[in-house]
Design a binder for this molecule. Structure first.
Ligand code: CTP
Length: 403
């Protein structure tokens, strides 16, 4: 997507640097258009280096390319962060006295503004009226956060966090092919307690499940993330339920699945748990090493697939696989696809340290017969969108879902 990042002259301009990085990491082309005042806070070389594009806020630079028209006309999304009281006033008045306001007049794509200013400015009738005017024209003006402001003040007026601005912007401009869908996603890895301080766990960070949740939210879905011991924060805009053990995850997923259109098991579930959980810390007793007896956990994915509230509910599993002497990664995955009863199995290799706690992934999506429906390599966000692209093509089936 071609994104214009407008930056107005407030101290929160430094946070727009983080927003620029997030947009670039998600694969978007970003043209930064700062106001003259913004350039007094963060200089043009910073924006140019991080965006890889020329930076000017002046109408009289680059005139031969008709920049004041072209930047807005070619944008798929305009995000203004921070939007100061002055910028909101100039935009509401329809002025075009710098490149950013001219771009706002030219743009026909979605426009998101993230205000940041002192509380008194935000609550002043002039700003209230300007925000109302912009919203009535279809501009998506976010509410500022309530929190610490410049100096010792605090109150409403703080710039929302870059992740939250990004989530709101992408939901506005992304393909809205999951609108009206309730999507439940498990992420992370379960922990099975041995005693009050120890557990059996696994290396899943939750990154892929979080990327699936973020992408589903951007595409308009109503998302519940069932989070098991994740080492990354959940994305903004999604509902989160936290669990620890496989038994808790089982109960949370089966309950949440009752009104879901799509259920995704991206969590790494412990297949076994200790038969006994010691109520006090297990101590060393001489040289004798204790033996831990294990019992099997339920297969949550199989339970979800065989207890669907509606035949139209889509159930998606993941399979982190390694190859061995007897079978390749794909052979193991094909056997699993048949066994689990899920509609789609997303296979990713985890040999040689691949897949876990890394930003990238490499996936193959199988149907229950083991046929390859799609493949993708790249960031976990890119891979997540490949899953939803495929799901979107299966939309007719989902439309029969009464959930
Ligand atoms: N899964 C589950 N419940 C379990 C184990 C796994 O729901 N008790 C789900 C995972 O969330 C994933 C899929 O099943 O979506 C495959 O997980 P994986 O660990 O690869 O498969 P297992 O069933 O454990 O098979 P195996 O250990 O033989 O590879």
């Amino acid at each position: 997507m071609r994104v214009v990042l407008g930056v107005a002259g407030g101290i929160a301009a430094y946070k727009a640097v983080a927003l620029l990085r997030l947009l670039r990491e998600a694969g978007h082309d970003v043209r930064v258009v700062p106001t003259a005042a913004a350039l007094r806070f963060v200089g043009a070389p910073t924006w140019a280096a991080l965006s890889g594009e020329p930076v000017t806020g002046d109408l009289f630079d680059d005139v031969e390319n008709v920049t004041h028209v072209e930047v807005g006309r070619t944008a798929d999304l305009v995000v203004v962060a921070p939007a100061t009281a002055d910028l909101l006033a100039r935009a509401a008045a329809g002025r075009a006295d710098d490149l950013l306001t001219a771009t706002l007049l030219m743009a026909t794509c979605p426009v998101v503004m993230a205000p940041a200013m002192h509380t008194q400015m935000w609550q002043h009738p002039a700003t209230v009226a300007n925000v109302a005017t912009l919203r009535a024209r279809g501009v998506h003006v976010l509410d500022p956060d309530d929190g610490r402001l410049t100096g010792t003040d605090s109150g409403p007026g703080r710039l929302p966090e870059p992740e939250a601005i990004m989530a709101a912007a992408l939901r506005l401009a992304g393909p809205q092919d999951l609108v009206g869908r309730r999507v439940v996603i498990s992420a992370g890895g379960t922990q099975e307690p041995l005693d009050p301080v120890r557990f059996l766990g696994n290396r899943s960070s939750g990154r892929q499940g979080v990327a699936l949740a973020r992408a589903a939210h951007a595409r308009g879905a109503d998302v519940l993330l069932v989070a098991a011991n994740m080492s990354v924060p959940p994305p903004p805009g999604v509902e989160v339920r936290t669990v620890t053990t496989a038994a808790e995850l089982h109960d949370a997923m089966l309950e949440a699945a009752t009104d879901a259109d799509i259920v995704v098991m991206a969590a790494a579930v412990a297949d076994f748990r200790p038969a006994q959980v010691a109520s006090t810390k297990i101590k060393k007793t001489g040289s004798h090493a204790p033996t831990v007896e294990l019992v099997q956990n339920p297969d949550i994915l199989a339970a979800l697939a065989s207890n669907r509230p509606s035949p139209a509910q889509l159930v998606i599993g993941f399979a982190a696989e390694t190859g061995d002497d007897n079978a390749s990664i794909l052979d193991h995955a094909r056997a699993k696809a048949g066994r689990k009863g899920a509609d789609l199995l997303v296979v990713n290799p985890v040999d040689d340290g691949r897949g876990f706690a890394t930003p990238d992934n490499d996936i193959t999506i199988l149907d229950p017969t083991g046929q390859v429906l799609a493949t993708a390599t790249g960031t976990k966000d890119h891979v997540a969108h490949t899953v939803w692209d495929l799901v979107a093509t299966m939309g007719d089936n989902l439309d029969d879902n009464p959930a």
